[in-house]
Design a protein. Structure first.
Length: 125
């Protein structure tokens, strides 16, 4: 059992969509949520701080949506090692992401999960 448990500060849900403009129009019309356009993606920030992000791309079955947990104190490399010790299926090793570092893995039922930490935080704790 890993000794360093992650301290999660927030959560984001990521979708891959075929067309950002179409997705933006749908969410505005059908649900009443206005997506903020960013460079290469769209974003909704809910009142509780949860973010829903949309990137263009082809989603593989079972891979999306993906839940991303933000790490409050960093330590993404240490956490990745602990997950490997638990036998978690690692999908993407610790890699650069916009504004920081991320890593992707699957839970025991094959659900796509990820951790993200800001680049200002230490990668090891």
């Amino acid at each position: 059992m890993p000794t360093n448990k992650p301290r999660v500060s927030d959560v984001a849900i990521i979708f891959l969509v075929k067309n950002l403009e179409r997705t933006s129009q749908f969410y505005a019309t059908a649900i009443g949520l206005k997506l903020e356009e960013q460079e290469g993606y769209c974003l909704i920030t809910m009142p509780n701080g949860t973010e829903i992000l949309f990137f263009e791309g082809e989603a593989e079955p079972g891979g999306f949506p993906q839940v991303v947990f933000g790490l409050e104190e960093g330590g993404i490399e240490t956490i990745a090692e602990g997950l490997a010790e638990l036998g978690a299926q690692m999908v993407t090793p610790v890699s650069e992401a916009p504004g920081g570092w991320s890593m992707e893995f699957k839970d025991p039922d094959g659900h796509a999960l990820a951790f993200f930490q800001a680049e200002s935080l230490p990668k090891r704790i």
